[in-house]
Design a protein around this ligand. Sequence first.
Ligand SMILES: Cc1cc2nc3c(=O)[nH]c(=O)nc-3n(C[C@H](O)[C@H](O)[C@H](O)COP(=O)(O)OP(=O)(O)OC[C@H]3O[C@@H](n4cnc5c(N)ncnc54)[C@H](O)[C@@H]3O)c2cc1C
Length: 362
Amino acid sequence: MGYVNFSIACNRFSVRKMPQFSKYQVIEKIAECDLISSFVLAPTDGLEVPSFVAGQHLTVRIPEGLSRSYTISSSPSDRSKYRLTIKHEKGRDAEMPAGKVSTFMHDRVSVGSVLDIAGPYGAFHLDPTSDRPVVLLSGGVGITPMISMLHVLADTTRQVSFVHACDNGTLHAFHDEVGRLATTRPGISCYFIYRNPTAADLEDQRHHSSGLVTANQLRAFSAQDSDFYLCGPSGFMQMVHDGLTDAGVSHDRIRYESFGPATVLSPRSQAVQSKVTEALVVFEGSGLEVEWDDFSGSLLDFAEMNGVYAESACRSGSCNTCECSLLEGQVDYLIEPAAPLPAGRCLPCVAKPASVKVRLDI
Ligand SMILES: Cc1cc2nc3c(=O)[nH]c(=O)nc-3n(C[C@H](O)[C@H](O)[C@H](O)COP(=O)(O)OP(=O)(O)OC[C@H]3O[C@@H](n4cnc5c(N)ncnc54)[C@H](O)[C@@H]3O)c2cc1C
């Protein structure tokens, strides 16, 4: 997968061991649209923020000890602050309760709050060696890496198409910021697709088309020899990925980031096959032995499914929060870890067993 090779080339941005948290103060909280707010963070020591490349994320740890990853939505050229943009996962009912960290951020964090932050991390960012046209395709809150990338691209001469899909104007973050950046120079176009536009959206012409992203639209964006960046809900990403490859785009021209559990997009969703389809997994620290099979997902998903708790954040092999000892056996990676791991260590969030017995120290 092109994305994996690319991440190896960019390891200098993410080589590290365990997360080192620093204190940041919230200096601004901005409601971007319904459910989505930005939090502007400045280091409490008054120094510059560590440098990052557009597309990378931070780990936020809340006082309860829970950590989650959030992509930096600001421009890397502003070293005075980071902006994180977070969707409130409100939940539906007892079966699907509200998300813990996003609820904390929306309900309990305000200007003046101090947060524990680690990072930046991640290998999802613009290929610095390419001068091809770029198509940035996002769905919902997946717009966060794309807006940061757009800030960078606005200062280049590359041709840029910014394509964003969301439900309607009430859930559309950065509508005006994207519009403003698109007018900074010729060669940047934006295209907004609303699934269920409101009467106000139709009247104000806030979007370019209604309904879902179509094969025809993807064919139009694929017409040139472009680099594609995708981020959004898993269904959106798989549909867009399949549409692009059907239109003749090579799989290794498509780079993507998932905000959910580690998934690998490949033509027609053929996920990476492990060498073994069944294995005995021993969670040594919890004194539990359980049978894993190919439907059990990553070792982190499998641990959680069996009531074994392991601290985690990015769930995509880039922050190392879940790093543990591989005491016995071998693993394959669904997504190659952003930084190489020492012998005997493992990232369960992106690992599957590759031997019939695997023993971890969690
Ligand atoms: C690299 C990366 C970058 C990211 N960047 C962003 C970003 O820029 N902006 C952003 O908003 N998010 C981003 N995310 C997602 C973010 O990290 C969190 O996953 C998200 O905010 C949800 O966390 P939570 O603690 O609120 O929800 P959790 O408590 O983890 O719950 C997750 C979801 O599961 C549901 N749920 C909870 N418990 C149950 C249950 N028992 N049964 C069924 N469903 C349940 C909740 O309703 C919620 O929708 C990113 C993720 C990654 C991996």
